[in-house]
Design a protein around this ligand. Structure first.
Ligand code: QAP
Ligand code: CO
Length: 168
């Protein structure tokens, strides 16, 4: 297992479109294990491979209080099941320290492969629906800050750039 480096906004590598996983093999399962270790250590509730600079369509999540319910989504796809839009205050390990409201469909159907390569379907509402949509966005090079006004996004960008300069 290994803790992986998490890319931070405005790193252009976060804009890469991830490729579908053709074969769920041991190297993918190794990536999944490393992503869980990285997410739990952060700590976070969701992580897309894009965020650790691996451009494959892999997402890990754990929404449980005691970090005991790992969820794996390989090649995830979702469709909204309702016109209802809910607002949720989102954050992101790639945008540390910033939380803003984002509108998304309240209920979605997810299709994905599990860590054995078996297809499954899941109906998601609430935080699970928010999180899977947020993570699928990462695989398409999109971040929650893209839904904000350019003023807000630029403010976040400048603050993180300053922080990165100080860290360098
Ligand atoms: C995505 O985000 C998400 O700013 C997962 O300083 C978030 O795990 C989906 C985190 C909210 C739905 C709602 C963020 C950790 C973790 C930070 C995360 C931070 C430390 C974010
Ligand atoms: Co994120």
């Amino acid at each position: 297992m290994a803790i992986l480096n998490i890319l931070e906004f405005p790193d252009s590598r976060l804009r890469t479109i991830a490729k579908p996983v053709a074969q769920v093999d041991d190297s993918i399962r190794q990536l999944i294990d490393d992503m869980f270790e990285t997410m739990y250590e952060a700590p976070g509730i969701g992580l897309a491979a894009t965020q650790v600079n691996v451009h494959k369509r892999v997402v890990v999540m754990d929404l449980s209080e005691d970090r005991s319910e790992p969820l794996v989504f390989i090649n995830p796809e979702f469709v909204p099941l309702t016109d209802q839009i809910d607002q949720y205050q989102e954050g992101c390990l790639s945008v540390p320290g910033f939380y803003e409201n984002v509108d998304r469909p309240q209920k979605v159907k997810i299709n994905a492969l599990d860590r054995d390569g078996q297809p499954f379907e899941m109906i998601a509402e609430g935080l699970l629906a928010v999180c899977i949509q947020h993570e699928c966005d990462h695989l398409n090079g999109k971040l929650f800050v893209d839904y904000l006004s350019s003023l807000k996004r630029d403010r976040i960008k400048k603050k993180l750039e300053k922080l990165h300069r100080q860290q360098a």
